[in-house]
Design a protein. Structure first.
Length: 131
C-alpha cells in the first residue's frame, strides 16, 4: 500500500452575494447585506471589502478568510436620491502575496413620500455629482 500526499495550488477565489432592497423611501434606514464566501481550496488572505456610495465609504478588513463572512451596513437614507449606486470592491491576496480583486455595482432606487422629499432627493442628486 502506498500513500500519496498532494497539495492543491488553485488561486484563492471569493464570491460576493448582495441582498439589497429594490427601493428605499427617503428617511428610511437602508440595509446592505453582503455575504462573502470562499470558493477555492486556497485561503484568501488580507481581504478588504470597500463599499462606496453617495457621500460615504466603508471598509472591512479580514485577515484570513475561512468559509463565509456576513457583512451588514446600515445607513440613514437622508442622502438618498432617485438612483443610488454603490460600488463594492474586493481585494485579497494568496499566501505568496499575489493580488486579486473584483468589483460589483449595486443600484437602489429612491422613493419620495412627499413634495419635500422630492426636493431633498433632487438636492442629493445634485450634491452627489460634486462628490
Amino acid at each position: 500500500k502506498i500513500s500519496l500526499e498532494y497539495a492543491v495550488l488553485d488561486d484563492p477565489k471569493l464570491i460576493l452575494i448582495s441582498e439589497t432592497p429594490g427601493s428605499i423611501g427617503f428617511g428610511e434606514e437602508l440595509n446592505l447585506n453582503l455575504k462573502l464566501e470562499k470558493d477555492s481550496f486556497s485561503q484568501p488572505q488580507q481581504v478588504s471589502v470597500t463599499v462606496k456610495g453617495p457621500r460615504f465609504s466603508n471598509v472591512w478588513n479580514i485577515e484570513n478568510m475561512q468559509g463565509q463572512q456576513d457583512l451588514q451596513l446600515k445607513m440613514d437614507s437622508k442622502a438618498v436620491s432617485y438612483s443610488n449606486s454603490f460600488v463594492v470592491t474586493l481585494r485579497w491576496q494568496d499566501k505568496e502575496g499575489r493580488a486579486f480583486s473584483e468589483e460589483k455595482k449595486i443600484t437602489v432606487k429612491g422613493r419620495a413620500n412627499s413634495v419635500t422629499d422630492h426636493i431633498r432627493m433632487l438636492a442629493n442628486a445634485v450634491l452627489s455629482l460634486f462628490s
